[in-house]
Ligand binder design. Structure first.
Ligand code: GLN
Length: 482
């Protein structure tokens, strides 16, 4: 078989057509490699072998019959464990849902399978997607494929490491404040947060509903374009899923980016940005300039309020969304409690880890009467200002280029004792989340020690094609190697 760890959607398609391997052989190989290395990698929380082989057999049968195969036919795919997969565990990396089996498929899951993808397993993440290092998983950490003593980023650390570490060519993650882009940058993968509403959230376990997105990870920009094209579009089961038509992202992918204006926001290149990261991202901008793009300095003046605003809004929404885990309908029930009230309290105390508990408490506080105006309403007002910053910028530029994170992957344990330090990992990704626009991380080289660095490409609502084209042009010109 071709080198399994390097496969892409295109190379799999070519291999299947040329009968170098069958979809079943590929699925078995994906499961074999991932299972054998999972103790060391920590990437998967569970495997879905029966489901994978059944999907692979469908593809092999289509091939044997000479039928049309889907755009993701036979491609092993990993799914973050906050996304529902019918009949399979969906734990959100939480003790509270350790035994929970999803009763239905997320729309994105149904769509990738319709496109022929082979779901091999559910990936590790921070508990309920809250975190930036994957260390908030209740089960075990994920190790960065580029440096095993370092974190893969989070919260979609398992999905990023699955792709970068060679376990699956594509995966699905979720991004609320950076959880796809930041781990993509830490691991050296492509990762996309689509425009809010571009991909249905039906079946994504809710963390902060006004900020949650499902999105792709891959090794090439084209594969993310294919995966995004397969999952995007309206959905009667999610009223926030936009009805805007879905372009043929992969079909229209073009490396012709001459004449595009790219905004370089000065607030993203200042204090706190590590030298090695800034150097590579600036070199990335230079490369795009060489391809005919026109960099323009811009200002997004409300950037410095983004973290505060995000941590008020996301905790408020989390406190409400997580109220359902009371040990009655959902989640683990504590044994031996005397009264109903004790049962609720003990179930939640036993089920949730410290970061989730902190956020529920914070969120309950900021929504409580007397504090709502001072915190929650204020944060919403700031959110509107941040969105306006972007709207004004996009009147003059086609895209905005920034670092993804101020620093590369840090050591396991390095930031666990200081939640505020951890929150700073997302200082450049949270703004785009609050504005509801599209964002992507593409690799742009490594630090002198070999740690991957990501460059963020942000575009206006539903302008994913421009974002993908810039990423593709950058990749074709060798930008991923830095
Ligand atoms: N790291 C951020 C947080 O902890 C973002 C998480 C996410 O995007 N799900 O909230």
């Amino acid at each position: 078989m071709d080198d399994f760890k390097q496969l892409t959607v295109d190379s799999i398609r070519a291999g299947l057509r040329a009968k170098r391997f069958s979809a079943r052989e590929l699925a078995r190989e994906a499961l074999r490699v991932a299972e054998a290395e999972n103790r060391a990698s920590g990437v998967y929380l569970s495997f879905t072998p029966e489901r994978a082989l059944a999907a692979a057999d469908r593809v092999d049968a289509e091939l044997a019959a000479g039928a049309e195969i889907g755009p993701l036919a036979g491609v092993p795919l990993a799914v973050k464990d906050v996304i529902m997969t019918r009949g399979e565990k969906t734990t959100c990396a939480s003790r509270a849902l350790e035994q929970f089996v999803a009763p239905y498929d997320a729309t994105a899951v149904e769509r990738v399978e319709r496109a022929g993808a082979v779901i091999v397993g559910k990936t590790n993440c921070d508990e309920f997607a809250m975190g930036s290092s994957n260390e908030n998983s209740a089960f075990f950490p994920v190790r960065n494929p580029a440096a095993p003593d370092r974190v893969p980023g989070g919260s979609s650390g398992g999905s990023a490491a699955a792709v970068a570490g060679g376990y699956a060519p594509i995966s699905l993650g979720s991004d609320t404040g950076g959880s796809i882009r930041q781990p993509a940058s830490f691991c050296g993968a492509v990762g996309i947060m689509p425009t809010y509403g571009r991909v249905s959230r039906y079946g994504l376990v809710a963390f902060a509903s006004s900020l949650d997105h499902i999105g792709p990870f891959s090794r090439t920009v084209k594969d993310s374009a294919l995966l995004l094209g397969s999952i995007a579009g309206p959905d009667p089961l999610d009223s926030t899923a936009a009805s805007a038509p879905v372009p043929d992202y992969a079909g229209e992918l073009s490396a012709q980016v001459r004449g595009l204006k790219i905004g370089i926001p000065k607030e993203y290149y200042g204090e706190g940005l590590e030298h090695a990261v800034g150097t590579k991202v600036r070199a990335g901008v230079d490369l795009l300039r060489g391809l005919g793009c026109e960099p323009v300095e811009i200002s997004l003046p409300h950037t410095r309020y983004a973290i505060a605003s995000y941590y008020l809004i996301c905790t408020a929404e989390a406190s409400s969304n997580l109220a359902r885990y009371d040990g009655v309908r959902y989640s683990r029930r504590s044994e031996g409690s005397g009264t109903l009230r004790e049962m609720y309290r003990n179930s939640r105390a036993e089920g949730f880890g410290p970061e989730v508990t902190r956020r529920i408490i914070l969120g309950t506080y900021v929504l409580s009467s007397g504090y709502y105006d001072a915190y929650y309403r204020k944060a919403q007002e700031v959110r509107a200002l941040i969105a306006r910053d972007f709207a004004e910028a996009f009147e003059t530029v086609d895209a905005i280029i920034t670092p993804v994170s101020p620093f590369p992957a840090f050591k396991l344990g390095e930031k666990t004792s200081d939640p505020l330090q951890m929150y700073l990992s997302d200082i450049y990704t949270i703004t785009g989340s609050l504005a509801g626009i599209a964002g992507m991380s593409v690799p742009c080289g490594t630090t002198p020690e070999g740690l991957p660095i990501g460059m963020q490409i942000l575009t206006n609502h539903f302008q994913e094609q421009t974002m993908l084209n810039l990423g593709h042009a950058f990749e074709q010109a060798g930008g991923f190697e830095g």
